[in-house]
Design a binder for this molecule. Structure first.
Ligand SMILES: [Zn+2]
Length: 201
């Protein structure tokens, strides 16, 4: 692959090839497309990236993305169910499947499987608050079927012990080690439909 002798282009290729699913080859194709469409692509892309950088943030309560100037949808709204996921990609997959249309809580990762169960950076405390404040009736734990995902689900389940909330967990159809993000709609649909109550120990 020949490389460009323009530093800016090289830098752009480098950044774009860091995006998911793209390698240096496809990054170069994208850059070429951009360069050939300065007005139609580069200009609006520059503007929207600057706007996203400036005004899109993660809500520090529900973990979803929100505009810095607006109140998040998790505030001041009554809802009965919260679906707890590890990350935004997981939420988008569940939303896209159409199986669940309620509110979400995005943890921002998982707890490590062994020891050191530090919840730093994970939005677990805000989840407990939301459940209590909104008198939520059901918490659906849609964490992955990985050890970390299950450890996290278990931790949340314990943290919600004192509340009367019903806790259910995606069950049948979810393969062991299955990450939500990579499940097909059919598997996800059946896992969601067949979710079962979790039993405290
Ligand atoms: Zn929020």
């Amino acid at each position: 692959m020949t490389s460009s002798n323009v530093k800016e282009i090289e830098d752009l290729v480098k950044i774009i090839s860091k995006l998911p699913g793209l390698g240096p080859k496809s990054a170069k194709r994208i850059v070429l497309k951009l360069i050939n469409n300065r007005e139609e692509l580069i200009k609006p892309l520059t503007n929207i990236l600057a706007r996203v950088y400036k005004s899109v943030v993660r809500c520090n309560i529900c973990g979803n993305l929100k505009s810095i100037n607006l109140e998040c949808t998790c505030a001041n709204k009554k809802y009965d169910q919260i679906c707890v996921v590890e990350n935004i990609a997981d939420m988008w997959v569940i939303e896209g499947s159409g199986i669940y249309k309620g509110h979400y809580h995005i943890l921002g990762g998982t707890l490590p499987a062994i020891e050191n169960k530090k919840t730093d950076g994970l939005l677990i405390a805000p989840l407990i608050d939301r459940v209590k404040k909104n008198s939520v009736k059901e918490v659906i734990l849609a964490t992955s079927a990985t050890i970390e995902g299950q450890t996290t689900a278990h931790y949340i389940q314990n943290s919600l012990k004192d509340t009367k909330v019903k806790i259910s967990k995606l069950a049948q159809g979810l393969p062991v080690g299955g990450e939500i993000e990579f499940l097909d709609d059919g598997t996800l649909f059946s896992a969601f439909k067949n979710r079962g109550p979790v039993v405290s120990d």
